[in-house]
Ligand binder design. Sequence first.
Ligand code: ASP
Ligand code: MG
Length: 407
Amino acid sequence: MLVVQKYGGTSVADADRIRHVAGRVIKRVRAGDQVVVVVSAMGNSTDDLLDLALQVAPDPDARELDMLLSTGEQVSVALVAMALKNLGQEAVGLTGQQAGIIAQGRHYQGRISRVEADRVRAELAAGRVPVVAGYWGVNEDQEIFTLGRGASDTTAVALAIALGAGRCENCKDVEGVYTADPRIVPTARKLKDISYEEMLELATQGSTVMHNRAVELASVYNVPILVTSSMVEAPGTLIRGEADLEERNRVRGIAHDSDVAKITIRRVPDQPGIAANIFEPLAEAGVSVDTIVQNSSEGNLTDLTFTLARKDLRKAESLMPAICETVGAPEFTSDANLGKVSIVGVGIQTAHGYAARMFRALFDAGINIELISTSEIRLTCIISADSVHDAVRALHTAFELETAVTG
Ligand code: ASP
Ligand code: MG
């Protein structure tokens, strides 16, 4: 089988771990598989580079930021390839550019437009293990675009699709996908499998196990992803089209995110075009907005609230006076200390009682709900940041996730 194995920053954090990864890859090759390796930058080195950039420029130029951040992955690529060769395995380190990862969009927020995989294919055919830099690609002018924090997963899935790989393996410092973060809920259980849509919701709502765009891409092309440990031999979690359809708890997992802010625009005259006038400038500035709630209007005035990542709050606040003026709203307020907690599972919308049970559990834990948002397979409550962990524990218990049959 042809497999793309992605190793995250923690799995290549030091020389010992890099040698361990090399040994693991070689084992796989000896077992008869063809392996393409994708790596992230070592440990927290992307954060360190970002820090450095902020020391020379408070608002670093995005093009040069991509120039800088892309070096992190190149370091691990070189080291993993060296370690493989040292153990007698033919290998070749490839940058995002050499591996044909074609990207476009904005700097620091690039998107993969396609993969020109000829070079990678040729290396495989020659018996070498390609070790590819995750997280970035180049456009037609050979300009570097990083793909968003955590996006090495997306590089790996895109390569798996381009190569027609049997599956993508995300090798991590955790053993798989759990019913909730095991650091918060010690009784959380590892899932045997999970569907793309459930994983996508978990990832989008704060689970850091997989990058959400990687899951989205895999689901479009139906590439299975195995989330597995790079450190210990243990069965992982398979993300795929159809998860086990046995009778099971409809709540598959709980996601949380302690990094939420909100802005409320007060007394906006309720007329056509206000939403566009509010959200277009934010989008242009690269601020992504999450939940949006518009109250029903009273006397033709309405309140409009939206949430965003805390790191984007300053930027959004700086745009608000102009936005308020355009839409004729007298004021806005903001809150930087929110979080969210979500229950996710196919079928929760059609089964009754899940919403009530969620709200009751939060109430019993003394947690106030600020906003509620839903999708077909998710229910999310926005709450104060400091009650997020309590909320996760309360919901894990309320939905009996420690004991339920979840496959
Ligand atoms: N090194 C990049 C980051 O830390 C990409 C990744 O880890 O996937 O965001
Ligand atoms: Mg990283």
